[in-house]
Write a protein that binds this ligand. Structure first.
Ligand code: FAD
Ligand code: FES
Length: 486
């Protein structure tokens, strides 16, 4: 056990981890942040940097699945998260832009959803204006709402500003150390273990997207999903922030002043929906309907978590004996919600009064329809588990193109083989935790688990999610003398 006992170890350096650490340190706590990647390596750094309180059709969902006071609390929570980030960006002189945010129906059948969102948001106290003249936007649509004066920021700048402010407040940030175990000791000192070090603290905050200590089985109470982003340039006048509801779900487009346009869409459960490279093409198609002269320069995808309850989970981890807090389930809009999670967790740990919204949300009741989302995720997970095996007949390894991966059956069991660069690598296709069979992600060149949403690098090492260990290295078919690299 390390002799130096901290007040808090925060695991993860996304918006939740850095905001929590910053506020804890400002409140006088000694804090270390431990993060597997460099700051910004998670979803926050891969986001579009839209700090907005207009979250697609979130209020429509809140209205149908939870009480009105919870929707009002969601609004107040996001207002606090927005205010914290706005103040940070201004006080640190971090470059950012103010834009109006629009919600737009791309098809005639989306018009009713726009009206529903207008009503539901106004009942929760969020004043959205309905667009009276369709010519206010430079592309055809079937109704739009607008919320003025939201924020667009380069995500790496936002995270650097948070990291610098946290460091100045006394936080130590340890990058590139993956937490592999936590020895939780309620009312005592818990120990956080990485491959390289141990950190002792009275409290642990899991700001890891999904909690890596799965005591509340949050991997099954949330559906892990991915969104695909494309970015590039366009010559015309930029658009405001636009979330367009179309036939393939919603696409959010944002244009920075320098002619940089980014679009995010094609939300899909991890490991489903086919090639992410093809999904990037579909995001680009949706974007081109709004910005016809768009020229793509890059594409990527990232992960977030959809809770069975329409509002994410923030607070103490069940069966953590009061020693572990966590936050998860932001449903694609985690910048304001993540900052608010930091406010909530830090105030609890500093013994300060909770914001009223946190008390309301903490006591919320989930309607049956909403619980079905969790159930659906469980059922899907279970069926993937079984069909993952059934899909596969024993086969020879097919010829792979660079950037391709395939799951095949050998005498050793199910094997996942990929070709990246000029390196052929094989790992076990089946994890040892819950039996998920991984699926190739051709955009991120990773192995993704449709059961629990964990992701693995081509060498089997964990990239994200709750998986506790790497996928086992396997002999590469056709090259038995060359063991797969670890
Ligand atoms: C493509 C895309 C675009 C998006 N755009 C927007 C947007 O414009 N606006 C918006 O509001 N939301 C957006 N979102 C959603 C938003 O990015 C997320 O909701 C939010 O970033 C979640 O923050 P987080 O701090 O919980 O997680 P993350 O930012 O993912 O941080 C998790 C951290 O935990 C670390 N970690 C994980 N496991 C371990 C471990 N075992 N040991 C140590 N460290 C670990 C990771 O390295 C990382 O630092 C987008 C999401 C995607 C996928
Ligand atoms: S069930 Fe997902 S990695 Fe095991």
């Amino acid at each position: 056990m390390p002799s130096d006992v901290l007040d808090d170890v925060v695991v993860g350096a996304g918006v939740v981890g850095l905001t929590t650490a910053l506020l804890l340190a400002r409140g006088g706590h000694r804090v270390v942040v431990v993060t597997a990647e460099p700051v910004g390596g998670g979803s926050s750094g891969r986001s579009a940097g839209v700090v907005s309180q207009l979250h697609g059709t979130a209020y429509r969902r809140l209205q149908s699945e939870t009480a009105r006071k919870n929707a009002a609390a969601y609004r107040a929570m996001n207002a606090d998260g927005f205010a914290l980030l706005a103040e940070l960006l201004t006080s640190t002189g971090t470059a950012h832009e103010r834009h109006d945010a629009y919600l737009v129906a791309s098809r005639p059948d989306g018009a009713a959803r726009i009206d529903d969102e207008h009503l539901a948001a106004s009942r929760a106290g969020l004043r959205l204006e309905k667009l009276q003249r369709s010519s206010e936007l430079p592309f055809p649509h079937h109704g739009a709402l607008v919320l003025s004066d939201q924020i667009l920021v380069e995500p790496s700048r936002l995270l650097s500003a948070l990291a610098i402010a946290a460091t100045e407040a006394g936080v130590r940030i340890v990058e590139r150390e993956r937490v592999v175990d936590i020895r939780v000791r309620p009312h005592d000192v818990s120990v956080v273990e990485t491959g390289q070090n141990e950190y002792a603290a009275r409290h642990v905050v899991l700001a890891t997207g999904t909690p890596i200590l799965d005591r509340g089985l949050y991997a099954l109470k949330t559906a892990a999903f991915r969104m695909v982003a494309v970015t590039g340039t366009a010559s015309g006048p930029g658009l405001p922030i636009v979330t367009a509801i179309g036939s393939g779900g919603s696409t959010t487009v944002s244009s920075a002043g320098a002619g940089q346009v980014t679009a995010v869409g094609q939300a899909h459960a991890v490991g489903t929906g086919g090639s992410e490279l093809h999904q990037a093409d579909r995001v680009e198609e949706a974007l081109r309907r709004m910005v016809p002269d768009f020229e793509r320069t890059d594409a990527w995808s990232g992960q977030d978590y959809r809770p069975f309850n329409p509002i994410g989970f923030v607070g103490l981890l069940p069966r953590g004996g009061g020693a572990v807090s966590f936050a998860s389930g932001f449903d694609g809009w985690g910048l304001t919600q993540g900052a608010a999670a930091g406010i909530r967790i830090s105030r609890d740990l500093l013994g300060l009064e909770r914001p009223a919204w946190a008390t309301t949300i903490g006591r919320r009741f989930t309607r049956v329809r909403s619980q079905g989302v969790g159930l659906a995720a469980d059922v899907r997970a279970a069926s993937e588990l079984v069909s993952g095996f059934r899909r596969l007949a024993p086969t020879d390894l097919p010829l792979l193109r660079v950037g391709q991966g395939v799951v095949h059956r050998t005498d050793d069991g199910l094997v996942a083989t990929s070709l990246t660069g000029d390196v052929l690598r094989s790992v076990s296709a089946m994890c040892t935790r819950a039996g998920g069979v991984v699926v190739w992600n051709d955009l991120e060149t990773s192995w993704d688990c449709p059961v629990c949403g964990s992701r693995f690098d081509v060498d089997g090492s964990v990239l994200e999610g709750g998986a506790r260990g790497p996928l086992r290295a396997m002999p590469t078919p056709g090259a038995p003398e060359t063991p797969a690299r670890r």
